[in-house]
Write a protein that binds this ligand. Structure first.
Ligand code: GLN
Length: 213
């Protein structure tokens, strides 16, 4: 069973969510602006210690080989895995989807195929229905995008183009092949923030439970 993360019904009265954006390379500044517009504090992440205390993390699009090498060079892999193991969410978009897959950080049981739409198809847009975002389709911008070539049963497909999954979730890891930061529809970032709010509450209540025990 895939756990679900309902959007909290009461407003969060705690401090603003702190969402990191991996800033090694790629489209990080645009993600930061969307997160801030939704009320989060967004922080650029380049070092492992900058992941401590974050409620969520975005791994942006860009060039997956470059981002993967930067993660290795900066020793970020273990810190990113620890963030997910602690129950905190990640949104990986486009190249970020690739670096989270089974052959890279191993955060999801899926393989993302690079440039899956063909190298010649630099960029296109499509209307997608995506579960978790409500019935209204989202305008999705694809730029030399991957799709999910294969995945295990733990992976929930949230949106597909033809037969190809282009948005998936496994537990705390939400991945999309398109660039949700490039339109003014911020529902994908809002979903990440809802997951982060739920995670913050869950972790706080677990900590309370541990203190009582
Ligand atoms: N094609 C790029 C790669 O494979 C991803 C493109 C993107 O993130 N927009 O790394």
């Amino acid at each position: 069973m895939i756990p679900t993360y309902p959007v909290p019904t009461e407003p969060d009265t705690g401090p603003r969510l702190r969402i990191g954006v991996l800033a090694s390379q790629g489209d990080f500044a645009t993600h930061a602006r969307v997160l801030e517009s939704l009320g989060a504090v967004s922080l650029e992440v380049r070092r492992p210690d900058e992941l401590v205390g974050l409620d969520g993390l975005v791994i942006p699009g860009g060039e997956s080989t470059t981002i993967g090498k930067a993660i290795e060079r900066d020793g970020l892999g273990d810190a990113i895995r620890a963030h997910v193991e602690a129950g905190r969410p990640i949104l990986g978009t486009c190249a970020g989807m690739i670096v989270c897959d089974r052959e890279h950080l191993g955060l999801v049981d899926a393989i993302a195929l690079r440039n899956a739409f063909g190298r010649q198809i630099a960029s296109f847009e499509a209307e997608l229905e995506m579960s978790g975002l409500g019935p209204e389709p989202i305008r999705a911008v694809f730029i030399r995008a991957p799709w999910i070539g294969e995945h295990g049963s733990e992976v929930e497909v949230l949106a597909s183009l033809g037969d190809h999954p282009v948005a998936v979730r496994q537990g705390q890891v939400l991945l999309c092949a398109f660039h949700p930061e490039l339109t003014d529809d911020s529902r994908v970032h809002a979903l990440l923030m809802a997951m982060a709010t739920a995670a913050r509450r869950r972790i706080a209540s677990e900590e309370r439970g541990t203190r009582i025990a």
